[in-house]
Design a binder for this molecule. Structure first.
Ligand SMILES: [Zn+2]
Length: 341
């Protein structure tokens, strides 16, 4: 490990050392704000802006625009690509939706490292909690782009000292421990999930359908209304096929929606005891939400959103899976799919 670090340091000579879980734009921002580094904030901003203009993901693409920046500043392009890339891009949020962060992490960054940095894990749609602090991620209201780490830190301080959160402690405690359990299971078994044929797709499809957006023609996925029912879920004025409602819903979700999606997935996979299900149900009632307690109820919630051709399409997405970490996903899925069928 020590040796590996030395090699990396040599390759990025003259630049601050990136953290192992840092995003590219976060590192560029730290480079630009470091007095010792030749890279300027104008250059970093130009990179982010021209990427956005061209519909390119400035954190995980490493295309021509980034290559040019590398050439200009003597950065090893290939090394950066390997270092910052996310191998499996199936679980990535859209650039504009990467606004969730852990308050405590940023706080500790400033305390112990001086500059806060943005984590790769915060860009994933199967993550709603900090794996270190086990707290639900907060979401900024604005898209701060390149400045997100500092701005979010400022937002956090403001929130912490000034405003009170409008979520009740009761709701929060329940959601925290039960949603985190599912995220943590996915995290611990990520390698095995990625090795198991069809497993990543299955988990992404399930989370995506719980997170699907509301359009003029159909209501939103269950995770958007499970805890904290809002009479006015925003309507996207597009006549999307259900697959696109899923796609956009997952990519444009916030941490609260994602924690609910993880909990619904937990219900589907049998992660909870009877007592925990009862407590989740009460929490949902308490916040006027809608909460399914069994795989069949989840199935019915999805079925309501599908038209006839979509129903056939949806069922066709699910294939038999080998057990993962001793968990037989097939039998849980059977009950769920039966309702849709
Ligand atoms: Zn944290």
């Amino acid at each position: 490990m020590g040796l590996l670090r030395e090699t990396k340091k040599r390759i990025l000579k003259g630049f601050p050392q990136p953290y192992s879980d840092e995003t590219l734009s976060s590192w560029l921002f730290r480079c630009a704000t470091s007095k010792k580094c030749a890279l300027t904030i104008e250059v970093a901003e130009y990179y982010v802006e021209s990427s956005l203009r061209n519909g390119i993901d400035y954190d995980f693409s490493f295309g021509v625009i980034f290559k040019r920046l590398c050439a200009r500043f003597g950065i090893d392009h290939l090394h950066c690509k390997q270092y910052f890339d996310m191998k499996n891009k199936d679980m990535i949020l859209s650039v504009r939706s990467r606004k969730s962060f852990c308050r405590q992490c940023l706080d500790e960054d400033v305390k112990f490292r001086s500059v806060p940095y943005w984590r790769k894990s915060w860009c994933r749609l199967d993550v709603a909690y900090c794996s270190l602090h086990k707290t639900m991620l907060a979401t900024t209201r604005d898209d701060y782009g390149l400045y997100r780490s500092w701005q979010s830190f400022a937002y956090f301080s403001d929130l912490y000292y000034g405003r009170r959160t409008d979520r009740t402690p009761y709701e929060f405690v329940t959601l925290k421990s039960l949603g985190f359990r599912v995220q943590n299971w996915l995290h611990i078994n990520r390698k095995e999930v990625e090795r198991t044929s069809g497993a990543t797709k299955l988990i992404r499809d399930l989370l995506s359908s719980f997170l699907s957006i509301r359009t003029e023609y159909r209501y939103c996925g269950i995770a958007r209304v499970a805890f904290g029912y809002k009479s006015q879920v925003p309507i996207i004025h597009k006549n999307y096929h259900y697959s696109l409602c899923m796609y956009h819903g997952a990519r444009d979700s916030n941490a609260i929606h994602r924690s609910a999606a993880l909990i619904v997935l937990g219900v589907l996979l049998g992660a909870y005891s009877e007592q925990e299900l009862q407590s989740l149900y009460k929490t949902a009632l308490y916040s006027c939400g809608i909460f399914p307690r069994t795989p069949s109820e989840i199935g019915y919630a999805v079925l309501e959103l599908l038209n006839e051709p979509e129903r056939a399409w949806y069922i066709a997405q699910f294939v038999n899976l080998a057990p993962i970490a001793g968990l037989d996903i097939n039998s849980r899925m059977e009950e769920f799919i039966m309702c849709i069928r």
